[in-house]
Write a protein of this length. Structure first.
Length: 276
């Protein structure tokens, strides 16, 4: 599933693909991709990209004709660039460019979403306003992380995936950050010390930088796709030996998602003894 790094890569790709080029047409198929949205506004889109923004897992695109495009990739969505006229499987919408190419919103399972609104309204949309701190876009430090997550009564990993607290982290990068910081996924946020928050914040930024450094192709490849490799330290490595301590990586269900962790590096927090 696309998380903050993959969406950031898509943002950078769009800046590169649209630099010096204009959108001369836009197409939207009759699918649920525009559910509750405005496909007719998208189809009227013409002009140059004025700004490519991102908040959490959302792309916020502004064009000089006044159109704003909101994009969320869901579970399987991505942007791919092809010569115009080449059929792209699972293409749900397309930007047609003046250089004879097309940028496809490709989404096999159609959990992704597009919408077109006035450019000035993008960041005022309810789904954007309710997002928490973005580690990259907001320059999140450990205090901001602590203030966002510590009040949660959920397990630490589940709280990190709460988009209203930390925007952009999903199952992969929450697990990676917890492994890098040596914290157990079932820790209670309120039990963490300042030094834990410092380590966790550093680990989140390390994981994001690592993921961004892995993508140098024109098409994003997700780890869940057939034939894709797994560059991550802990995610998806159940039954393998931990690269740090040699313990067997385990997995359990947490918040409806599979959590991977190392029982050697991420010891489960013990119960505190009551004072007599």
């Amino acid at each position: 599933m696309p998380e903050l790094p993959e969406v950031e890569i898509a943002r950078r790709q769009l800046e590169r693909w649209l630099s010096g080029h204009a959108v001369t047409g836009a197409e939207a198929d009759r699918t649920r991709t525009f559910r509750g949205g405005h496909p007719e506004r998208f189809q009227r889109l013409r002009g140059h990209l004025r700004d490519a923004g991102r908040k959490g897992k959302y792309l916020l695109l502004q064009f000089d004709d006044g159109t704003g495009v909101l994009a969320h990739f869901g579970m399987t969505g991505k942007l791919v660039k092809r010569p115009r006229g080449v059929t792209e499987p699972y293409s749900r919408a397309r930007f047609l460019l003046d250089d004879g190419t097309a940028i496809h919103f490709r989404d096999p399972r159609m959990f992704g979403r597009l919408d077109a609104v006035d450019a000035g309204r993008l960041r005022a949309l309810p789904e954007i306003r309710q997002l928490g701190v973005d580690p990259l876009a907001d320059g999140m430090d450990w205090r901001a992380l602590r203030d966002a997550v510590a009040p949660s009564r959920q397990d630490l990993k589940v709280a990190l995936m709460d988009q209203g607290r930390v925007a952009g982290l999903g199952n992969i990068h929450a697990a990676e950050a917890l492994f890098r910081s040596g914290l157990h996924p079932a820790s209670r946020p309120a039990s963490l010390l300042d030094e834990d928050w410092r380590r966790l914040c550093k680990a989140i930024h390390q994981g994001i930088r690592f993921a961004l450094s892995q993508e140098d192709a024109d098409e994003i490849e997700y780890v869940e796709e057939p034939g894709a490799g797994n560059p991550f330290l802990i995610y998806g490595r159940k039954g393998e030996r931990c690269r740090r301590c040699g313990a067997t990586v385990r997995a359990f269900t947490q918040g409806g998602r599979t959590t991977h962790f190392c029982p050697g590096c991420q010891r489960k927090p013990g119960r505190r003894r009551r004072r007599s």
